[in-house]
Write a new protein. Sequence first.
Length: 307
Amino acid sequence: MPLRNLIFVFSLGVLTGCSSSSQPDFSAEKIREFANELYNRQLFEQAVDQYRFYLENYNLEPKEQANITYQIANIYFDRMRDYKNSLAHFLKIKTLYPESPLISKVNKKVIACLERLQRPADAQQALKESTSFEGQTQKSRPGEVIAKIGNRDITLGDLDFEISKLPPELRSQYIRIDNKIEFLRRYLATELLYDSAKRQGLDNDNQVLENVFQAKKTFMVTKLLDEEISKKVKITEDDVKLYYDAHKDDFAEKDEDGNVKRMLSFEEAGQQAAQKLAFERQEKAYNELISSLFQAEKVVIYDDLIK
């Protein structure tokens, strides 16, 4: 059964189970197994939903409750980059399960969340409050453990997730096992170098902080442009056809002297026409956005003073 159908079946069973009786239709083990499967298929939001259902609808031991809350917190942190929700779940463990062997790891993650939320003072305070950074090894994510960095597990799911973030043309290189192993070695090397840099205090280096600020600014601008331009640029197949008909000379095979040998049909040139149309409309939307910002903020440029 395809995974999307399985999600529907489980969701339907969960809903009907809640409405008709006090117990869900599926065992706790099945729900957790399903949540793990969703995680391993990189369906992280759906996995969080099922882990929450598992927490809320079964009589679990406190240790298991802490472990699942830790799992949810790590999904938010490692996979969804949602540091507010991640921090909330790590703090839940500190407050509700203070005897959990996960507490030392939770303390580290609380600090990491605060750092990523640009709250260095709170991170320093959390560091002072943390009395121990040594804890028992816990399996933080489902999936086969394929490497270790000290007490930290690196799972097959971690490796697949890192590869999934690559552009498609690069991702296809890592189907081969030997290439995957090489990618894993480079990933581990990067993690070790990062840990070493932090131990040397480079996370507080002025040049590093400035570069982080500039990178953050660039990403914010890029995201804003993506969101603003995507609202204005909507292209249909009819739009592409009209553009192709109006620019047929641009879609032709030419000889070395620039003479037209053959006109390309819409079926042959449709994708190219769509790309050209999208670029032109995006450029127009960008210029309109910048002009409106210049006008709203009363920007003045003194051309005569530029030498």
